[in-house]
Design a protein around this ligand. Structure first.
Ligand SMILES: [Zn+2]
Length: 83
């Protein structure tokens, strides 16, 4: 099985045409490389466009993880006291 960028970073795209998920990101994709759905052959976007979406999503998930961590740390007895 061919290794793809998506599988190596654990991110897949989903197809707006047919709804297929896990659309692989081509290996060695350049910014103008089209991302093509293997189910319907529809072109989703170029990797340049998809990359910015992936980064945005990764950032959102990263922020959520940080917020959850902060919430855990500052809940209960660990809550900081403000005088
Ligand atoms: Zn599709």
């Amino acid at each position: 099985m061919r290794k793809t960028v998506g599988s190596s970073i654990g991110i897949y795209l989903s197809c707006g045409n047919c709804g297929a998920d896990k659309v692989p990101i081509p290996d060695k994709a350049a910014d103008d490389t089209p991302i093509v759905c293997p189910a319907c052959d529809g072109q989703l976007a170029t990797w340049g466009t998809a990359k910015s979406i992936v980064i945005e999503k990764a950032t959102e998930e990263g922020l959520k993880a940080i917020k959850d961590k902060i919430k855990d740390t500052f809940s209960g007895d660990n809550r900081p006291q403000v005088d």
